[in-house]
Design a protein around this ligand. Structure first.
Ligand code: F0G
Length: 458
């Protein structure tokens, strides 16, 4: 008999969460202008808004918090982190930042200028935001399979080499400062990129003289998928897979709030000395001195430990199994989800779930709101609201995928919570025919509108 899945940790401290009533939630979401970001966390029962900075730290990480050295320059905690980052990535230089987008801000200040083109696999919105803010252009070269939620492909985050080479050939190569590989690819559904693809992309980029950067927010989960799905990596240690992956690139930015297993932090690591020198000046201006960059010593210590814990096989197996379990359970109920299930989240396909709602009325947003009202679960729209307006025409951009992401915080919720989420979705799915109208935007910010947009019912 094979024993069932169970978490490789036990719980030492608990945080109560409030189970509200449907009436309360109807009132609260209206007060929140129908934007789930505006809810108070106490108004949410199961918070799947993001897996970013929402995980639980281990006893060893908390022990590092107590050992934090808060010296302004050259702290012991910085040295621990510096050693860990260089040991894992094998890059020569490390710059700490307060989170992932800050790493993008600092590094892109040194590398991106007006008119530049940065190809990649479905850039995350802050990455794209930092490129477009500098009047550069992000070009999506993800394989087509990623945009059909029903097709099974083991590495839907892969870059299409033909699309990439077309970008190289059709543009002045000096306007392409680097390409960015996001591992795993959040925007495409938490989908991994294969080592084979990373190698091929790296080879092509070398032949054109274009550097490769990783957006490494969920790199450990990506390495787990490589181990599980690529034959030649089956017996390799996750950390060695990570080192090999980084060896095909020239640097990385990382939001440590995901696979760093901490609540706040960011990383830049790279090999090029002159870019490093330019970037540290921006770091001092935007983040803080180069040995803390917006992080406190105690947080750097916890991150130094978290980076290694996130590469442990048992941790990753449990993490990914939990997400897969939720996704498969929903698929069993007939709920349309992105397949295969991604690493950090289950993505509901709103185009298939509620085709009865006009796409101009933000289907995915409407579904996310319904899930909150019915069960107190907070997910996030990854569709038209997130895709924002075209920077030139100011028209709504309708992405190929209209998704609701249910991101699972690391080491935070139990198996029973997953059962609850799946059952809630089944309830909504069974009455989906009644959904006829969605929402309209009453106010929005000129960039990254999804965080603060306000809506009303149509
Ligand atoms: N890159 C990726 C792939 C991300 O998923 C994120 C954040 C960032 C960069 C930016 O990092 O938040 O530390 O500034 N993703 C979060 C999410 C917000 O919910 O997916 P950050």
């Amino acid at each position: 008999m094979t024993l069932p899945y169970a978490e490789p940790y036990r719980i030492k401290m608990v945080e109560p969460i409030y189970q509200s009533t449907k009436e309360e939630r109807q009132k609260w979401i209206k007060e929140a202008e129908y934007n789930l970001f505006n809810l108070k966390s106490d108004q949410v029962y199961i918070d799947l808004l993001t897996d970013s900075g929402t995980g639980a730290m281990s006893d060893k990480q908390w022990a590092e918090v107590m050992l934090g050295d808060e010296s302004y320059a050259g702290s012991r905690s910085f040295q621990k982190l510096d050693k860990a980052v260089k040991d894992i990535t094998r890059y020569n230089y490390f710059i700490p930042t307060h989170q992932g987008r800050a790493a993008e801000n600092v590094l892109f200040s040194a590398m991106v200028k007006e008119g530049d083109i940065i190809p990649g696999n479905s850039h995350f919105d802050t990455t794209k935001g930092h490129i477009e803010f500098r009047k550069g252009k992000a070009i999506d070269c993800t394989i087509d399979e990623a945009f059909d939620t029903d097709i099974y492909h083991p590495f839907k985050g892969n870059i299409d080499l033909v699309k990439l080479e077309t970008v190289f050939k059709e543009n002045d190569i000096s306007t392409i400062p680097f390409i960015i590989i996001t591992v795993t690819c959040n925007t495409a559904g938490g989908q991994p990129v294969s080592m084979e693809n990373i190698k091929a992309v790296s080879r092509m980029c070398k032949s054109y003289g274009v550097p490769v950067l990783f957006d490494a927010a969920r790199y450990a989960e990506n390495c787990y998928f490589i181990k599980e799905r690529e034959e030649e990596y089956r017996t390799k240690e996750i950390i060695d897979i990570a080192r090999e992956m980084y060896s095909y690139g020239d640097g990385m930015t990382m939001s440590s709030k995901k696979d760093g297993l901490v609540n706040m932090g960011g990383i830049i690591a790279l090999n090029d000395e002159s870019i490093y020198r330019t970037a540290i000046t921006f770091n001092i201006m935007y983040e803080g001195f180069i040995t803390y960059g917006g992080m406190s010593g105690r947080d750097m210590g916890a991150l130094a430990v978290g980076l290694y814990e996130a590469l442990e096989y048992d941790y990753l197996a449990s993490r990914i199994t939990q997400v897969q379990y939720l996704g498969e359970k929903m698929a069993e109920f007939g709920v349309p989800v992105q397949k295969p299930i991604g690493g950090h989240a289950v993505y509901l396909d709103a185009n298939k779930f509620v085709p009865t709602i006009p796409k101009e009325e933000y289907r995915a947003q409407a579904l996310a709101i319904e899930l909150y009202i019915v069960a107190g679960i907070r997910g996030v729209e990854i569709g038209t609201v997130l895709a924002d307006r075209d920077p030139i025409t100011r028209e709504n951009r309708y992405p190929a995928l209209e998704l609701v992401r249910l991101a699972i915080p690391r080491r935070t919720y139990t198996h029973n919570h997953m059962e609850y989420v799946a059952a809630a979705l089944k309830t909504i799915f069974d009455s989906r025919d009644q959904a006829k109208s969605g929402y309209r935007i009453t106010w929005e910010a000129p960039i990254m509108r999804h965080f603060t947009a306000q809506f009303e019912k149509v």
